[in-house]
Design a binder for this molecule. Structure first.
Ligand code: IDP
Ligand code: MG
Length: 140
């Protein structure tokens, strides 16, 4: 059963001009890009998106970071897409990320870690809906 997951190319990676290289990682690993857009998140959007982390010490900083430039948001589809994307991304802390992962290659520090990816199919559904209307998600 193919799954869908939400991915965000974060401001650090956008500013490093590696949008193309990151999208290529998804495609060459069998994750199809079925929706894609660039957005500059407002503070309220970022706060809402990361609400699960509201009590964490890094929450305010994360919101600042995520609103510091545009981001590129995509829906990825493929077999086991949620878990597969997490594998391609690598560990949250890039120092622990495996060779060949996006975070190993492009992260700057534990916060500026290049990409977001949904962590469960349930959250994927919520996060996809946060960013995309049904008619802007495609099948090909
Ligand atoms: P994830 O992005 O790998 O799912 P989460 O624990 O959900 O990791 O954290 C969300 C985001 O918050 C991370 O991707 C990273 O940008 C930031 N973050 C997580 N842990 C820390 C930390 O200890 N210090 C600073 N920022 C952090
Ligand atoms: Mg997370």
């Amino acid at each position: 059963m193919p799954q869908k997951t939400l991915s965000i190319i974060k401001p650090d990676a956008v500013k490093k001009h590696v949008i193309g290289k990151i999208l290529q990682k998804f495609e060459e690993n069998g994750l199809k890009i079925i929706a894609l857009k660039m957005v500059h998140l407002k503070k309220e959007d970022a706060k809402k998106f990361y609400m699960v982390h509201k009590d964490k010490p890094f929450y305010e900083s994360l919101v600042e970071f995520m609103t510091s430039s545009p981001v590129v948001v995509q829906v990825l589809e493929g077999e086991n897409a949620v878990e597969k994307n997490r594998e391609i991304m690598g560990a949250t802390d890039f120092k622990k990320a495996k060779e060949g992962t996006i975070r190993k290659e492009f992260a700057t520090d534990i916060e500026k870690n290049a990409v977001h990816g949904s962590d469960s199919t349930q959250n994927a559904e919520i996060e996809i809906e946060f960013f995309f209307k049904k008619e802007n998600i495609f099948s090909y």
